[in-house]
Design a protein around this ligand. Structure first.
Ligand code: SAM
Length: 189
């Protein structure tokens, strides 16, 4: 999968409309520092910059025309985490359609817990990923699926603002109509 085909297809938001993103923006302070993890070609990062936020985009693939207003970190999420100084803190983390590509044990036991130490009080984390679909043909390339209760356990001391598993109709890469099962999650520290 190349970054450019992430926005569109497979139930992603072709039109760049996302209620979760709107809600995430509402909760960020003015001029926030936001990290877009698994940023793809940076479409969501661009929106964050347009909204006046300093934006770090972590993406393991090389991006063809990187927007110069974004602080690009061309590396894997795990390497980025390792490279962080202990005192690094952001106001928000945007994780749209990336967790399904990462190792689930790493995500639930190491990565998400580590973000607890790298976020300001009142900071927000937004996640959109997939719940396992009952359709055996669905997105075989995803190593990990997440239920809301698994995420809620990781953020048990946080304010849960949005936590849902939702069915959505969309088209897959071959243009076939499919049901998708999304996990959407938004928490505030
Ligand atoms: C489906 S795309 C989503 C892109 C963007 N977040 C969006 O919603 O449009 C997933 C992106 O995550 C990136 N990715 C996957 N595993 C990664 C990892 N371990 N570290 C950094 N980026 C990763 C992929 O290269 C790809 O660009």
């Amino acid at each position: 999968m190349s970054p450019s085909n992430c926005v569109g297809g497979l139930g992603y938001d072709v039109d760049m409309k996302s209620e979760l993103f709107e809600k995430f923006l509402e909760l960020l302070p003015t001029g926030a520092l936001v990290v877009d993890l698994g940023a793809g070609d940076g479409k969501w990062s661009e929106k964050l910059v347009e909204a006046g936020h300093r934006t770090i985009a972590v993406e393991k693939k090389e991006v063809k025309s990187p927007n110069g207003n974004i602080d690009w970190q061309n590396m894997a999420v795990a390497d980025w985490l390792e490279s962080l100084p202990d005192d690094f803190v952001a106001d928000g983390y945007w994780l749209k359609n990336v967790l399904q590509f990462l190792d689930k044990e790493f995500v639930l036991k190491k990565f998400l817990p580590a973000l607890h130490n790298h976020i300001h009080k009142n900071g927000v984390i937004a996640i959109e990923t997939f719940t396992k679909s009952p359709d055996p043909e669905f997105a075989k390339n995803h190593p990990s699926y997440y239920r809301t209760d698994e995420l809620e356990r990781v953020f048990k001391d946080w304010e849960i603002i949005w936590s849902e598993e939702v069915e959505k109709i969309g088209r897959d890469m071959k243009g076939r109509e499919r049901k998708f099962f999304l996990t959407r999650f938004l928490v505030k520290k």
